[in-house]
Ligand binder design. Structure first.
Ligand code: ADP
Ligand code: MG
Length: 676
């Protein structure tokens, strides 16, 4: 059989079962053999029945003594008791609602029983255990435990997988070059797959996993290497000879030392022979926009256009306004291009981009459109990069002849992941906030304190300040609009009587969003009641207080970003995390956020305690999903895979000489489009 054949070709899988397998993402034989166990049950060291620990899953090996009668018990349920034991103690197997359980058991036979023990010292019990017959042909090893779905047990999945493996047999081609397999002692793909599904012991399982993880990282690196395609190219844009004197003089404040340093680094890169590929990392409020603006000005002075791509409409508009304010006095023209820019305005913008009269283009994904032609693009900036996939960045870069690239991010990225996402990337860090900023005072409160807390918000409003209210997370079956409106009517309005409250959510049309933001920025609104669409980048210095409902539902980095919307002026500012979750874990996380404003420490904390919506657990980083490799834990393997991938791409850029690898790489990246 072929890898692409459907699993229905296997024995025992009809249309009904196929539907269930599809829920697990298994359609073809290939899907099946790459559906790895999530864990194993160790059959190599069963407990003597007398020593089996209580309340944790474990395995015993015991002989069935006698099988009882099926009984009906209240509630329409059935009960079946089986007695078994070894030479250390007796054991009662209890089956609820499993009238056929006895069919799998024969008296006098020996089985492995897996499950949690309960009962008394004299009478051990195990309820609905997993049963595995003891094979005469010697000791079995580890039993795979597969992710399950309704109607498919781990054993059914196991049978499908092993049939698929047997059916595919020699048709399994190993994409890895032989030299690599030898060099890193990886073993063949066929071996690894057979082993991961039925390892003899833990060591074998680890070895198989290592092989599969290496392959995955290697394919990933090959793909990234190809997408990047920047190895040793010359930049099409040499940007030198400009001056920033006038720019610095025009600012209402003096740049921080960190900003000056980053600008100098960018200036040097732009003048270099190869294209810049730089990450500008700086906590919220550290002033990244100004640094980008300096680069854009230098580009314009050398006759090149710049483009800034932002993840949302609101941010794009805000960036356009900010950059226009900074750069229009120096003679630069800005064009805005987003999904909402339509009709005449769009035609005008496209023309200005095409004829080069707009030196600066700001927009959303819309700037990637085919209709967008630049006259002479030299400098590409993306903001809040993790919202963009690697492909999209590559698409933007493709609109020019090896342009300089600057990626701005407020999320500190560990080195390993940075390498992966950006390859040979240079990093500038803004580790200094503009002077006079006071840290946002952060408190976690329970919902019982909501009224008091709103009293405090009201005091700030009375003093002429503004507030953000981040609404509760949307519940299942509820629309975003319902959720926001309900919060507005039931909490915000009654608790802040007479205040001008604006609503912001994803259902608003772009023009409506812009209008709400304009009103809030102009202080025509006191309060902005919003979903997390205000998450990144929004800048209204007079707003000094933020309330975040359901705070426990967010990753700390996300909360930190949200909190960065306040504390932008010189005044004292507050962030109040409302949560009724009294789990220790949630408490610990929120308390940590209250105790520090160090974005790097917060990201590290998120990493160490993978909480909800964390950066690395989610697919926010725009990479294909990995099955076996762990970007954090396998960092050494990642480095090997990376250098091997670089070497191969240098020798065979299009992988023409390695068709199996080429096919495997494109499969891995095939679903990336759906990730953003
Ligand atoms: P972020 O790094 O979060 O994108 P922004 O670029 O939005 O930060 O800057 C945050 C705020 O700080 C803006 O209002 C900006 O005008 C202001 N700002 C930037 N640099 C300085 C500086 N050197 N001194 C004072 N204010 C600054
Ligand atoms: Mg920003």
């Amino acid at each position: 059989m072929k890898l692409t054949d459907p699993v229905t070709g296997l024995k025992g899988i009809g249309p009904a079962a196929a539907k269930k397998f599809e829920k697990l993402g298994i359609r073809t034989l290939e899907d099946a053999i790459h559906f790895y166990p999530r864990d194993y049950v160790d059959l190599t060291h069963p407990y003597p029945v007398a020593d089996a620990p209580y309340d944790t899953a474990c395995v015993v090996k015991a002989t069935v003594w006698s099988i009882g009668q099926l009984r009906r018990i209240p509630g329409g349920r059935t009960l079946l008791k089986v007695s078994a034991g070894d030479d250390t103690a007796g054991l009662v197997l209890t089956y609820f609602n499993n009238p056929y359980a006895a069919n799998a058991l024969k008296p006098e036979q020996e089985y492995f029983f897996c499950g949690k023990f309960s009962g008394k010292m004299t009478q051990r019990e195990i309820t609905n255990p997993t049963v595995i017959p003891v094979m005469p042909e010697g000791a079995p090893g580890l039993l795979p435990v597969y992710p399950q779905t309704a109607g498919l047990t781990s054993r059914t999945v196991a049978r499908c997988v092993s049939n698929a493996l047997a059916a595919v047999g020699d048709a399994l081609e190993d994409p890895l070059p032989e030299e690599l397999v030898k060099k890193y002692r990886l073993g063949t793909l066929a071996q690894a797959l057979r082993t991961i599904h039925a390892p003899a012991d833990w060591e074998a399982a680890r070895h198989a996993r290592r092989r599969l993880a290496f392959q995955e990282l290697y394919l990933l690196q090959l793909g990234l290497c190809q997408l990047r395609g920047r190895s040793r190219t010359l930049s099409g844009a040499r940007i030198s000879g400009g001056s920033l004197k006038e720019f610095f003089a025009s600012l209402p404040f003096s740049p921080t030392g960190a900003q000056r340093r980053a600008i100098a680094e960018i200036q040097a890169d732009l003048a270099g022979e190869s294209p810049m590929n730089r990450l500008l990392q700086g906590d919220v409020g550290s002033g990244k926009t100004l640094v980008a603006a300096a680069g854009m000005l230098l580009a314009a002075q050398a006759g090149y256009q710049s483009v800034l791509m932002a993840p949302t409409e609101i941010l794009a508009r805000q960036h356009a306004a900010t950059l226009d304010k900074l750069l229009a006095p120096l003679g630069l023209q800005t064009a805005l291009l987003t999904g909402a820019v339509k009709g005449k305005a769009r035609t005008v913008a496209l023309a200005a981009i095409a004829d080069g009269s707009a030196q600066l283009v700001v927009g959303t994904h819309a700037v990637l459109g085919d209709a967008v032609r630049f006259a002479n693009l030299g400098f590409v900036v993306t903001d809040e990069q993790h919202r963009f996939g690697v492909r999209q960045r590559a698409a933007l870069a493709a609109k020019a002849n090896h342009p300089h690239i600057l990626v701005m991010s407020a999320t500190p990225i560990p080195r390993t992941l940075g390498l992966l996402l950006y390859g040979d990337l240079d990093i500038s860090i803004l580790d200094e906030l503009p002077p006079g900023r006071k840290p946002v005072k952060t408190y976690a409160v329970g919902t019982d304190l909501r009224a008091r807390m709103f009293g405090f918000v009201e005091k700030q409003l009375a003093a002429g300040r503004q507030a953000y209210l981040v609404c509760p997370v949307i519940e299942e079956g509820q629309s975003e609009l319902q959720s926001v409106t309900e919060y507005l009517e039931q909490a915000a309005k009654p608790l802040l009587p007479g205040r001008r409250i604006g609503l912001m959510h994803g259902r608003l049309k772009p023009a409506e969003k812009t209008e709400v933001m304009r009103q809030f920025a102009a202080h025509e609104l006191d309060v902005l009641c919003s979903t997390t669409v205000i998450e990144v980048g929004v800048d209204v210095p007079n707003a000094n207080i933020m309330v975040i409902e359901n705070a426990e539902r967010y990753g700390l980095s996300a909360l930190h970003q949200l909190r960065g919307r306040v504390g932008r002026g010189a005044a004292e500012s507050w962030c109040i995390l409302v949560s009724d979750h009294d789990g220790e874990e949630a408490k610990k996380r929120l308390e940590f956020l209250c105790s520090t404003t160090d974005g790097f420490a917060i990201a590290q904390f998120d990493l160490d305690n993978r909480g909800p919506g964390d950066f690395f657990g989610s697919r926010q980083h725009g990479l294909p999903a990995l099955r076996t490799a762990d970007l954090m834990k396998d960092s050494r393997m990642l480095e090997y895979a990376r250098s091997e991938a670089h070497a191969l791409i240098a020798a065979d850029p299009a992988l023409e000489a390695h068709p199996a690898l080429k096919a495997a790489v494109s499969r891995l990246f095939a679903d990336e489009g759906s990730m953003n």
